[in-house]
Design a protein around this ligand. Structure first.
Ligand code: ATP
Length: 222
């Protein structure tokens, strides 16, 4: 029997936007993932500001955005832990929840380029598949130089519309997905809200309404 395939997609999701959704949709289809867990990171309350919405709001927005996707699941696993969100700990918990599944760690290239700052990153790389998504302003070629090129041999570029073949899954690979990303970032969304500019189309409608209704990302002093 084929093993279940599960994607895990972590982030601040401050707020979750169409770029996240589009990337997850493509990855889910091409890798035939049964589900993708969206895992907002915990950020301690003292860091909360008009810049970082509370874990409660960020999780709520993830739930709203994913409501129409049967295979995308919001997960409060990091928020419930209330400690610093280390990928190695999250991965361990996911493996306990899904002991037989193949786990695919989904992230943008900007996040992947910082992997040398992660706690026990070698363990993370040795315990699951990686899926690195391009983002505007970055070249996927830079991924190959990460960690002095030591992981280059594991990297497999997936060309446009290509499906990942099962025989590439025999060992832990790092898949590189080019040109599937939208030019949307949470930073720009927050800036637009502050300026009073429209964010239409950048986030789902339910998320947009929630942001205005709860008055999130407005400069609380201004
Ligand atoms: P910010 O602008 O605040 O830094 P962000 O838009 O990068 O936020 P995060 O929540 O930090 O969003 O991102 C979570 C994950 O999603 C990261 O791995 C990031 O690289 C990836 N990601 C974010 N935006 C996109 C996008 N437009 N296309 C593909 N991947 C994305």
């Amino acid at each position: 029997m084929m093993k279940e395939r599960i994607g895990i997609f972590g982030g601040t999701f401050n707020p979750i936007h169409r770029g996240h959704l589009k990337a997850a949709e493509v990855v889910q289809r091409r890798l035939r993932l049964e589900k993708v867990l969206f895992i907002p990171s915990y950020i301690p309350p003292h860091k909360e500001s008009s810049e970082i919405a509370s874990p409660f709001h960020r999780l709520k927005m993830v739930e709203l955005a994913l409501a129409s996707y049967a295979q995308f699941i919001p997960s409060s696993i990091e928020i419930d832990t209330k400690g610093k969100s280390y990928s190695i700990l999250t991965l361990k918990k996911i493996k306990e929840l899904f002991p037989k599944a193949m786990i695919f760690f989904i992230l943008g290239i900007d996040a992947f380029l910082e992997i040398d700052t992660w706690r026990e990153y070698q363990k993370v790389l040795n315990q699951c598949y990686f899926v690195v998504i391009s983002r505007p302003g970055y070249s996927l070629k830079d991924a190959k130089k990460v960690l002095e090129g030591r992981y280059q041999k594991r990297m497999v570029e997936i060309s446009e519309s290509e499906e990942v073949r099962d025989n590439t899954l025999l060992s832990f690979k790092i898949f590189l997905f080019p040109s599937i990303s939208l030019d949307v970032a949470s930073t720009e969304i927050r800036e637009r809200i502050k300026r009073g500019d429209s964010i239409k189309g950048m986030v789902s409608e339910a998320v947009e309404s929630y942001i205005y209704q709860k008055n999130i990302y407005r400069d609380k002093n201004g």
